[in-house]
Design a protein around this ligand. Sequence first.
Ligand SMILES: CC(C)(COP(=O)(O)OP(=O)(O)OC[C@H]1O[C@@H](n2cnc3c(N)ncnc32)[C@H](O)[C@@H]1OP(=O)(O)O)[C@@H](O)C(=O)NCCC(=O)NCCS
Length: 222
Amino acid sequence: MIKPFPVDEGVMQSIRPMQFRDARRVAELHHAAMGTSLWSMLGLRFLQTLYQALVDSPYFIGFVYVEDGRVRGFIAGSLDTSKMYQDIGRRRFMFLGPTAALGLLRHPGVSLKLIETYRYFGVSGADDVPGESLFCSFEPDLRGKRVSGHINKVLFDELLARGHRAVKITTEVSNEGANRQLQSWGFGDAHRFRFYGKDMVTYVLELAGHPRLEARSRHPAV
Ligand SMILES: CC(C)(COP(=O)(O)OP(=O)(O)OC[C@H]1O[C@@H](n2cnc3c(N)ncnc32)[C@H](O)[C@@H]1OP(=O)(O)O)[C@@H](O)C(=O)NCCC(=O)NCCS
């Protein structure tokens, strides 16, 4: 049974769409919390360039949580992840290429992970669900306080309003905070696979009629 989600209007007012100027701070939060992720291992400079490219993509939906003018958490989502990476690869390669090369020079071992990345879309499952939450991270003292629960709600409400019937999230089986949060929202364990030498799980959540979301849609069903 999914518990009702008590919305704190103060927290909601501190959440806004991610902008180009947030890329550096979001990259720092990503790097600090997900240091072993491929994108992190390519370095802070690459991560910043990646988020600058993402906020500019029509397939990207991102939000940040701001306190006293400082970004303290974020969520990065997509309307269609594979189309989004193709889009930024095409339009922003001249920026992403050199910063990725710099990261590879510093950590040559990452090249194996980079090669493995190409098979991600073939093994991560839930191909019939284009909408996805890719990365979410909050400063440690803000965790366990439902603040990130609010930014989830904002992203899921936006996907629902754009006609998406479901959303998927892939995380490591060992990531306690992420698994607990996704289960508390009622995500179903849709698929398990090994990637980058780790046990991964893909969760799917039906958005239509979800008790924590606003039942409004501006677009035909996706
Ligand atoms: C993953 C992450 C965003 C989860 O956020 P969080 O702050 O723990 O989430 P919430 O505060 O919304 O808590 C989620 C649920 O767990 C419950 N919960 C949180 N902390 C708890 C605790 N210590 N004990 C028991 N329950 C707890 C909450 O009550 C909430 O339940 P609810 O949705 O029914 O209200 C956060 O842990 C994080 O930033 N981690 C680092 C980055 C990361 O690993 N990101 C995920 C991979 S992309």
